[in-house]
Write a protein of this length. Structure first.
Length: 451
């Protein structure tokens, strides 16, 4: 069963239960009001008879009751009749169900010695009655006035009213079901699109499809989350393809070199040693390429950074201290920022050491290599500069791409170092670029560490 059908089904169940409880409550309330109205009506008829009898000049019970019936008009589903000396005497003239022909009932009513209200089962159904004994001074006849209400007729009216409400409730339930089906379809449309998109992606491996998102409800949020997931998947597959392509492209050359030298290697010990040294060097270069490619691939993953509190001044000084082992250069700390930020110290050290190694490759012994840090316009800037030839303006952006080496600073290497530097900067939400001369800058947002 689809989610749409389940939602509408449960909605109908809940609404149906609510309507059922409402109908039962209405029936109970109406029934209680009928009981109260019947009881009040019988009390009222008894009071009216008492008021009528007071001060009347009649000396005959039958005449008194006859005149009272002449002036009393029963309500709907109500009848009056009199009993004189144990026999039914007169009834109201309007055509109504007749119960005074039931001798057994009449006998029971005639036996009443005080006003009585009770129930009786008759041929006309259940009756609620009040019987009031009437005596006249000087007349030995025994009279009784009976007011009877046909209770089943009132109950049928309640049942009819509840039936109409029930029919209206069923119609409302049907309309609610149809409206709920339409609304559920519109609300779940993004979910259906998500399913269809997932099916198409599963069938074709096409990660470029996206959902049109409208609104700000939970379903729209689901669609946005799905689109974001597709963005991540597409990027992950792109990184995977880049890794495979790059690895195949860059590793093909050293593998070819190694194979060629091994094929040509002779029995001469010097030749073998030379070939072994070359193979070892090529394997080391392959290892560096694989490590760099893995770093670039990991830069796209959420767990690439291990964030913590970083003292920028300490980071700047420690990088120069570590970089001294890279070569005999005039190492210098130009400026340090007195700031603490939330960042990955190891990755920032890796990026700065990469810039330092790049500077060493493009300078000679004793040349200046300087590093520094500062807070500029609400951002942290870290840089490394050297006294080399610098980067041509047309190459300053291109050199941060993979496997690109600028013409004026060409040197051995795979051309992945600056791409790694930019990946680390972008993983922190920052950027990296080259400025005039040989100054390479990493800029990070200033997210100050808590004290």
């Amino acid at each position: 069963m689809s989610a749409r059908a389940r939602i509408v089904g449960w909605m109908l169940v809940v609404v149906g239960l609510a309507l059922g409880v409402s109908l039962f409550s209405v029936w109970t309330v109406l029934q209680a009001r009928v009981d109260d109205r019947v009881h009040a009506e019988l009390d009222n008829e008894a009071d009216k008879l008492r008021q009528y009898v007071k001060g009347r000049p009649e000396r005959d019970v039958a005449a008194l009751l006859t005149r009272y019936l002449e002036v009393s008009v029963p309500d709907r589903w109500e009848t009056f009749f009199t009993i004189v000396d144990g026999r039914a005497d007169l009834r109201t003239g309007l055509v109504r169900p007749i119960i005074d022909t039931d001798d057994k009932l009449v006998g029971r009513l005639a036996a009443a010695t005080e006003p009585t209200v009770d129930w009786a089962e008759t041929s006309a159904g259940t009756v609620r009655y009040a019987v009031i004994p009437v005596r006249v001074e000087g007349d030995r006849s025994r009279g009784h006035f009976v007011a009877a209400i046909f209770y089943d007729r009132h109950r049928e009216e309640v049942a009819d009213a509840v039936g109409v409400l029930g029919a209206a409730s069923l119609a409302a339930l049907a309309i609610a079901g149809a409206a709920g089906w339409v609304v559920a379809g519109r609300v779940l449309a993004p979910v259906r699109l998500v399913r269809q998109a997932a099916e198409r992606i599963g069938d074709s491996s096409d990660l470029t499809r996206r959902l049109d998102v409208t609104g700000n409800d939970d379903v729209a949020a689901l669609a946005r989350t799905f689109n974001h997931m597709l963005d991540r998947l597409e990027r992950a597959f792109a990184v995977q393809r880049e890794f495979v392509d790059d690895a195949g492209h860059e590793l093909r050359t050293p593998i070819t070199v190694i194979r060629g030298h091994l094929d040509l290697m002779g029995d001469d010990p010097d030749d073998r040693a030379e070939t072994l040294a070359l193979v070892t060097d090529e394997l080391a270069r392959m290892n560096r390429i694989v490590d760099d490619l893995l770093t670039l691939a990991k830069a796209e993953q959420p767990g690439f950074l291990a964030l913590g509190e970083v003292e920028i001044a300490d980071l700047t000084v420690s990088v120069i201290a570590k970089a001294r082992a890279l070569g005999e250069r005039a190492w210098r700390v130009e400026e340090v920022a007195d700031a603490r930020v939330v960042a990955d110290r190891q990755r920032l050290t890796q990026a700065l050491m990469q810039l330092a190694a790049n500077a060493v490759r493009h300078t000679g012994e004793g040349d200046l290599v300087a590093s520094g840090s500062a807070v500029v316009d609400g951002a942290i800037r870290l840089w490394v500069r050297d006294g080399g030839q610098g980067v041509r303006s047309e190459d300053r952006e291109r050199i941060f791409q993979r496997f690109v080496r600028a013409g004026s600073r060409s040197h051995e290497g795979a051309g992945l170092g600056l791409a790694i530097v930019r990946s680390i900067a972008e993983a922190h939400g920052g950027r990296a670029w080259a400025e005039d001369g040989s100054r390479f800058v990493i800029e990070l947002p200033f997210r100050e560490a808590p004290a």
